[in-house]
Design a binder for this molecule. Structure first.
Ligand code: PMP
Length: 357
């Protein structure tokens, strides 16, 4: 840190992403990526972009992609905003809706990018306590001073809030923004997109990184009433007017339009999650009820951090969060059946060795 740094750079507490550079052959269950490839039309769409059109700037407003997203959700194109991954969309939303003189709320156990944005933009925040069982008590989000943000399903717990509770939070925050991060909603739970028409303070943020297998492409979007989308556009056009390149726009549209591949891969992942849930329980773990493509589990016998390390030594990567409320738990992304089978074998081996010593 030096005097060259702005106040913003000095106060930043950057987000720490899960490990990405790995030994070949590592079973990667640490960043909730989709274990299945993107749908075949994605590759055709990418090929169609590999020509001289790359010489020119892409459509700054991602219009064709936004039309496809609008069709998917039965909303109007002007109720959709597209960005470079939902992390960027969330960053724009913090800038567009949260203020430095009003305290916002998010759950005490949640996506760790929220405090990073709040810190960067100087937005005061309070961490709202969860119930003992890690569920969100929606009433604790009523009447916020500056607005609220939470993932639904929550991360890293995987626990979903019913639509009625999301609606209650919107209703009880009147003219304060309510941002619902639906990164994992395709794996369970009910989207709040149907409530957009009713609540002018509701913004829903989505990603193509999880259920559409496109984490490497970086595409996210938001859905809300036109007034909220306009605020996002003002921020975007004051920062980077071309956030999505030509390849990202074309491939994301192809992924959005392939409904049958989407339904097939999501249901395989949900089936694998059910088996994983049962297997973890049979190995003696506590497991939270997940509506996402990951499980939050508390191991028996060994401390979570030690188990994380032992698995890593055996070529399996899961996520351990060192904070007080989460240090006894591990977050395990749902992989392919064979990857999960390898995980169960290693877990059984590690745990039985630990019991004998
Ligand atoms: N929200 C939540 C709750 C997440 O877990 C993630 C993935 N790390 C994101 C948003 C961001 O996803 P992306 O930027 O890949 O769209």
């Amino acid at each position: 840190m030096s005097d060259l740094w702005s106040e913003m750079a000095k106060r930043a507490k950057p987000y720490e992403a899960g490990e990405q550079s790995l030994r070949p052959g590592t079973v990667k269950l640490n960043t909730n990526e989709n274990p299945y490839p993107p749908c075949p039309p994605v590759f055709k769409a990418l090929e169609s972009c590999l020509g001289s059109s790359l010489r020119t700037y892409p459509d700054p407003n991602s219009s064709t992609l936004r039309q496809a997203i609008a069709r998917l959700h039965g909303v109007n194109e002007n109720q959709v905003f597209a960005g470079n991954g939902s992390d960027e969309v969330l960053g724009f939303a913090f800038m567009a809706f949260f203020r430095t003189d009003r305290t916002i709320r998010f759950p005490e156990v949640t996506y760790s990018f929220y405090p990073a944005y709040a810190q960067l933009f100087g937005i005061p925040y309070e961490k709202t306590a969860l119930r003992e069982d890690f569920t969100i008590d929606e009433a604790r989000f009523f009447g916020s001073e500056g607005g609220v943000i939470f993932p639904n399903p929550n991360a890293p717990t995987g626990i979903v809030l019913p639509l009625s509770a999301v609606r209650d939070i919107c209703m009880n925050n009147g003219d304060r923004p309510v941002i619902v991060d639906e990164a994992y909603i395709d794996f369970g739970g009910e989207t709040a997109i149907s409530a957009i028409a009713e609540f002018k303070n509701l913004l829903i943020v989505r990603t193509l990184s999880k259920s559409r297998s496109l984490a490497g492409l970086r595409v996210g979007y938001a859905v809300g009433q036109e007034d909220m989308i306009e605020a996002l556009n003002r921020v975007k056009n004051s920062f980077n007017s071309y956030p999505l390149d030509r390849l990202a726009q074309a491939a994301a549209q192809a992924a959005i339009e392939d409904e049958s591949y989407f339904n097939e891969t999501v249901s395989v992942i949900k089936r694998t999650r059910e088996t994983a849930q049962e297997t973890f329980v049979s190995l003696g773990f506590d497991v939270l009820p997940s509506s996402a493509n990951f499980l939050f589990v508390r191991p028996p016998v060994l401390p979570a951090e030690q188990l994380y390390r032992e698995l890593k030594d055996r070529g399996i990567l899961v996520r351990h969060f060192k904070q007080k409320k989460t240090e006894d738990w591990l977050r395990v992304s749902i992989g392919k059946e064979e990857e999960m089978a390898q995980l169960y074998r290693e877990l059984a081996d590690i745990l039985s060795a630990a019991i004998q010593t």
